[in-house]
Write a protein that binds this ligand. Structure first.
Ligand SMILES: [Zn+2]
Length: 217
């Protein structure tokens, strides 16, 4: 694992400006309070402070960017990783690989945020019925694709690949990241470790008030 380098306040301010320029906004305290009361989420382990998060919404989907940066204290949490999620209401449809705080942490987080934003902006409409397509899980750990299952309108489901509609520059970045990850997974296996352990950690958040989740599953 490369050396941990925590972003300082200046680097974080630049990152914030870059996200705001792209149309993201900072999550507000009132939203945290509201969601806490509504859903009663329980973290897998106690955590320090309130983390700065950013959001962007289009076409019925929201991107969330978790930064590991603490709003009150102006510094990054010691132990944590950055994440980019795509949600439909309260339901997480996609989450990125955890982003570790190495030298290019904020750069990578910004790129991932931007790609998620492009996915949401380019959310495909079903070629048959023109309804919004949904994000569904594929066979691999992180595999996703777009799907429409409106049996009443068309018998066969319609599917499109996950990267559908992304511009060439985004695809180039993804190709490099995927190649790096394949190499990393190979190294883990060679050391006898299991890839994907960090991925499951995020899922351990528990919702206290399941009835308040929207949309209803
Ligand atoms: Zn359809």
């Amino acid at each position: 694992m490369p050396t941990k380098i925590l972003p300082d306040a200046d680097a974080f301010a630049r990152f914030t400006r870059a996200l705001l320029r792209r149309g993201f906004r900072k999550l507000l305290k009132a939203e945290f309070r509201n969601d806490f009361k509504r859903l009663e989420p329980k973290a897998p382990s106690p955590r320090e402070g309130r983390e700065v998060g950013f959001t962007y919404t289009a076409n019925g989907l929201s991107v969330l960017v978790w930064t590991t940066f603490l709003s009150e204290d102006d510094h990054a949490r010691d132990k944590d990783a950055g994440w980019v999620l795509i949600k439909e209401g309260d339901i997480v449809k996609y989450f990125s690989h955890p982003l570790h705080r190495t030298k290019k942490f904020l750069y990578n987080l910004l790129r991932q945020a931007r790609i998620a934003q492009l996915r949401v902006l380019n959310r495909p409409l079903c070629p048959k019925c023109h309804a919004r397509m949904h994000i569904v899980q594929g066979k691999g750990l992180k595999a996703r694709y777009w799907k429409c299952i409106r049996h009443k309108v068309h018998e066969e489901p319609e599917c499109l690949p996950w990267d559908y509609g992304l511009p060439e520059a985004a695809l180039d970045f993804l190709r490099i990241r995927r190649k790096q990850r394949a190499k990393y997974r190979k190294e883990l296996r060679a050391e006898g470790k299991k890839p994907g352990v960090a991925l499951n950690r995020r899922r351990e958040w528990k919702i206290g008030r399941l009835d308040n989740i929207v949309p209803k599953q």
